[in-house]
Design a protein around this ligand. Structure first.
Ligand SMILES: Nc1ncnc2c1ncn2[C@@H]1O[C@H](COP(=O)(O)OP(=O)(O)OP(=O)(O)O)[C@@H](O)[C@H]1O
Length: 251
């Protein structure tokens, strides 16, 4: 299955400058891809377009060659998406919430309920499944959001800054979950935490100003690091070099 933006232009308001201009980008079909870039680079906008929650001003979003507009149902079922801000609900418990999202994504009621329980266990919230989501901490709510992305048969998973607000232990839990998930399903994940690279990403995409500055294997990304960078700092160094922030001209 392929998911891609084909020469997509997007502006938030009619007369405002486009955030993305004729951007073409294909989500890699396997493993973990990390989407890096400074604030305002266009990462969340790119993900929202890929998730089908906003529509392009021009150009197309294509799922296996079909335009999003003509395959909405398939799309909902096959593309999982964790937005940056996970909305909470006063009424629903964590399990009801995740089950509801899975049901919206096309699972039948009993499968949705079962899958919700399993996904909450996976993200370490087994004991909180009966708690109302409005009562959960910010980090717990993010994990509910991650559980939503895991609770249906997605063919591709889009995670917008999933590690923001997680404590160090939960980051470790999350990485373990991510490792299991990416073994089966491709994941595109935006992050500011360059340590999220942690040897696990197969591909790195770097965006700035609505453009893709770099896209390729993690090794080729790290090759941009300054030769004198300490091993633990290679990712940061490569980022600075490619962004032209270290006094060199970038790539
Ligand atoms: N709802 C909105 N209305 C108007 N402009 C917006 C809206 N959301 C984002 N923008 C603008 O679009 C541009 C790209 O924003 P986007 O959120 O996609 O970047 P980002 O790379 O995800 O940034 P961050 O790392 O801060 O989340 C920015 O200039 C931002 O101000």
């Amino acid at each position: 299955m392929t998911l891609l933006l084909d020469r997509v232009t997007f502006r938030y308001r009619r007369w405002s400058r486009p955030v993305l201009s004729r951007l073409s980008y294909e989500v890699p079909g396997q493993g973990l891809t990390i989407l890096l870039g400074p604030n305002g680079a266009g990462k969340s906008t790119t993900m929202a377009l890929l998730a089908g929650t906003v529509a392009p001003t021009a150009g197309k979003v294509l799922l296996s060659g079909s335009s999003l507009a003509s395959t909405r149902r398939e799309y909902r079922r096959h593309v999982a998406w964790l937005p940056q801000k996970v909305p909470s609900s006063r009424q629903l418990t964590a399990r009801e919430y995740v089950a509801y999202v899975a049901w919206l994504k096309g699972e039948n009621r009993s499968d949705a309920w079962e899958r919700a329980g399993t996904a909450l266990e996976q993200v370490g919230l087994g004991e909180q499944q009966g708690d109302k989501t409005a009562r959960l901490s910010g980090g717990q709510l993010r994990r509910v959001g991650i559980a939503c992305a895991l609770a249906h048969e997605a063919r591709v998973i889009l995670l917008d800054e999933p590690t923001a607000g997680l404590d160090p232990h939960q980051r470790t839990v999350f990485r373990d979950v991510l490792r299991q998930v990416t073994a089966k399903t491709p994941v595109l994940m935006s992050t500011h935490d360059i340590s999220d690279l942690a040897d696990e990403a197969e591909t790195v995409t770097l965006m700035d100003g609505g453009r893709v500055l770099h896209h390729g294997g993690t090794r080729s990304f790290l090759d941009h690091a300054r030769p004198d960078a300490a091993p633990a700092r290679r990712a940061e160094s490569a980022y600075s070099v490619l962004m032209g922030l270290d006094g060199s001209s970038g790539a």
